[in-house]
Design a protein around this ligand. Structure first.
Ligand SMILES: [Zn+2]
Length: 81
């Protein structure tokens, strides 16, 4: 099973469309069982959806900016375990 730290990286890779089917299933399994990572993913989705409502779809640079801000503000789900 993926560690919480790996999940944060995998969520970002999935946003970039870089995950294989197998990797997406491993990620989904972890998200179903770990509420910390589930909450992290929901917050990220809300942030990205909010960006899209403000203006046209976010550019790669804007997505990266959000990810950087989230990572800076929240050291990651693994720190809470
Ligand atoms: Zn987790």
């Amino acid at each position: 099973m993926l560690s919480c730290k790996e999940v944060v990286v995998e969520i970002e890779r999935r946003l970039d469309g870089e995950l294989s089917w197998r990797a997406r299933m491993a990620l989904r399994m972890h998200l179903l069982m770990c509420r910390h990572c589930g909450r992290y993913e929901r917050q990220l989705k809300l942030l990205l959806a909010g960006l899209q409502r403000l203006h046209s779809p976010a550019t790669d640079a804007e997505v990266q900016q959000v990810l950087d801000a989230v990572n800076a503000a929240d050291p990651g789900p693994s720190s809470r375990l």
